[in-house]
Ligand binder design. Structure first.
Ligand SMILES: [Zn+2]
Length: 329
């Protein structure tokens, strides 16, 4: 890593005309990727509101890509550490089109909706969510509202000038999550589409539990990435996976989903709230290095799937928090 400014901030060339821009969010690595062709360049993700000036714009200078050459800024999904820098990059990159997945547009363009609709999705019914202090921090780093110029469904081909990229729809972590595939060079940029068995700190210890929302789309995304057989898998927080490491990473991600199902069904024998389930999963499969509340996304996704399959029942719909119980079989 070549140090640009301060500790843990840098840019590395990972392939020809391809750079990983490196910084930190808390204890975790935070990566954006810059891909250049003969004509234009594309940026994968924007970091937090601080990342453009801390890492991305210095990286462009360091590698010699002109700001005017950046044609696409792709926000892979709605999270403060991926969309937070969008508004400031739009003002610094005069030719850039801001892009995200079609299903994620309102969350990406209006950061306040992250607080209410994504991170706050379980508050009213389940009394599970973040504290006011945590929300204040989210607001402080998730950037200003920004217009989305282009939404992708997945399947679009982008020509950077003798370098073609394919946009992939990789839902699960969010409904519209995107990945970028560079088939000619065997590179796949998956951001947070696949969460392994945890999200690591830079030292390799666990910093967060897996946070996918919809289980079946998440599993399909894992299979889809496997079927593309990339040579290198580059993500938002995990170390690069190369060659056979990719198969293991995907298999372990899939296995985690199965262990979650088993744990949740076990706990539901007695009836449980979303909070009970998060605490139980943290104790049984973790610890994940963070407040068990961070399991709410994945646990609620499993709960929805179990309900649809008739394996779990909602008890009193008027009670708060809601309680669930395993259906007698
Ligand atoms: Zn992330």
């Amino acid at each position: 890593m070549s140090l640009l400014r301060g500790r843990n901030v840098g840019v590395s060339e990972i392939a020809e005309r391809t750079w990983r821009i490196e910084s930190r969010i808390g204890p975790r690595n935070l990566f954006q990727y810059l891909l250049a062709g003969d004509d234009v360049a594309l940026l994968v993700d924007t970091g937090t509101s601080e990342t453009p000036h801390e890492a991305i714009l210095p990286a462009l200078r360091e590698v010699g890509v002109a700001r005017i050459a950046v044609r696409f800024v792709v926000v892979t999904h709605p999270d403060l550490d991926h969309q937070g820098g969008l508004a400031s990059l739009k003002s610094e990159l005069p030719a850039a089109l801001a892009a995200c997945g079609f299903a994620d547009r309102s969350l990406v363009s209006e950061p306040e909706r992250l607080v209410t609709d994504r991170y706050g999705a379980y508050e009213l019914e389940h009394h599970v969510g973040y504290s006011d202090e945590e929300k204040a921090w989210v607001r402080s780093v998730s950037g200003a509202p920004a217009t989305i110029d282009l939404t992708f469904a997945g399947g679009e081909e982008l020509d950077l000038g003798h370098r073609g990229l394919r946009v992939l729809h990789t839902p699960g972590h969010s409904a519209g999550h995107l990945a970028l595939h560079d088939p000619e060079n065997g590179l796949l940029f998956c951001s947070d589409a696949v969460h392994w068995r945890m999200c690591p700190a830079a030292d390799g210890s666990s910093a967060l539990p897996p946070t996918y929302e919809d289980v079946d789309p998440y599993l399909e995304t894992i299979d889809r990435i496997a079927s593309l057989a990339p040579a290198e898998l580059h993500s938002g927080h995990w170390p690069a996976r190369v060659g056979p490491e990719i198969g293991a990473f995907l298999a372990e991600s899939r296995a985690f989903v199965t262990t979650m199902d088993v744990a949740i069904e076990d706990r539901l024998k007695d009836g449980a709230t979303l909070r009970d389930l998060c605490e139980y999963v943290d104790a049984r499969l973790g610890p994940f290095g963070a407040d068990p509340v961070n399991l709410m996304f994945a646990v609620h996704g499993h709960l929805r799937r179990l309900l649809r399959r008739g394996r779990v029942s909602l008890l009193d719909p008027a009670a708060r928090p809601l309680r669930f119980e395993r259906t007698a079989s």
